[in-house]
Structures are given as structure tokens and as C-alpha cells.
Design a protein around this ligand. Sequence first.
Ligand code: SF4
Length: 238
Amino acid sequence: MPSAGDSLAGLNREIVACRRCPRLVEHRERVAREKKREFRTQEYWGRPVPGFGDPAARLMVLGLAPAAHGANRTGRLFTGDRSARFLVRALYDAGFANQPTSERRSDGLHYRDLYLSAAVRCVPPGNQPLPAERDACRPFLARELSLLPELRAVLALGGFAWEVLLDEAARAYGVERPRVPFRHGACAPLGPGKPLAWAAFHPSPQNTNTGKLTAAMMTELLGRIRGSFDSGRPARQR
Ligand code: SF4
């Protein structure tokens, strides 16, 4: 929970300096030293990746963790890899982004009414944080949720982010944890006057290349979420 005087800027400084998980510190720094061949001339970020977006956002999108050669390279969530290309195009089409691409921190991308975050802030080996690493990192999310007062919806990408969201939202808002299983399009209320939790398949190449998640599915879901801002209730699936 945030203390008096806590701020998004202060929280993000704390996140970027964090070295709480020895395995992830070693991994993120090793990936940054060794690099991928196509990025060998670039300087990798190699640190925890903070949240990014509009402090007055009504929607938060919550990913799993930075990608090794995406956010761990560029220093910005969903930037510089194929998942980013899919997601940011969808966010642009839904009116949340000023441009359809997200390639580097200096590319001019701005989000409107949207804040991006991740359940774990350091790249994990094999995209799989250990339970202790998940638990060490997720209090950052509870503070972030409490520092975004206009939130009406949080969209978790994938089952891992969904479970962390339900846990930490219950903690941040002091409500009972919803018992709603993960599925694309799932929606759970987080308490009276609190945001709705939404779930989507993660936009990883594994899902988008196989058609498990299509651009139409993501656009439809983002449209339903926008619709819920007006009604305060989940819109029915079209
Ligand atoms: S995963 Fe989170 S808690 Fe662990 S070192 Fe990174 S920022 Fe810190």
C-alpha cells in the first residue's frame, strides 16, 4: 500500500533500483551483456522496467514481465518486439495510443487513458518467474493500483498476470479476492466503486502466430472494456 507522499514517479524510481531477486538480477544483466546478434551494437537497459503511461488512465494493461530483447533491451514495457507490435497496434486502433508502433523509448509513443504495467518487473528465464520472485515483486502493483485513482478497468494479459492482479487488487482495495478462473474475456468486479478486472490471452507470438489470439479478438475486447466505462458494467460479448 502507498504511504503518504507516495507517487508514481517515486515508485518507478524504486522499481528501477530494485535488486531484491538475485536470480533475476543475474539474468537481466547477463542478457544485457550477451545481447541478441541483431541488437549487438545497442546498449541494453538490463534493469527492472517500470510502469508507463497516463497517470489519469481509466485502463491499465498488465503484462507478465519484460521480454529479454524487448523491454529488457529498450527499458519500456511492450517495446521493440513482436508482442509489442501486436498489442500497440490494437491499442492504437482502440484510441489508447497516439501511434501504432512501439520500437524504442524515444519513438514519441504516448498513451491516452492507459497505463501499462507488469506483474514482475525483471525478465525471468524462460518467461517463468519463481513463486518467491512473483511474491517479492507484486507489492509494487498494489501500490501502483492505489496511485491510479481514475482506473475503471485492469486488463491482465495471460493467466499469470490474471492471478497476480486478483491477489494484489484485493490487497490494494481491501476487498475479497474474486474466484474467477482465467479465460480470454473473463471479467471480475473488484468491489464497489473499484475497477473491473478483465482477462485476455497474452499477445505472445506463440498465441498470435497460431491464431489463438487474433487482432479482431483483442479489438473486440478493448471495445467492450471501453463500453464498460460508460455503463460501469461489463458489456455483453458480441
Ligand atoms: S522482479 Fe521485482 S522484486 Fe525482483 S528484483 Fe526485479 S523489480 Fe525487484
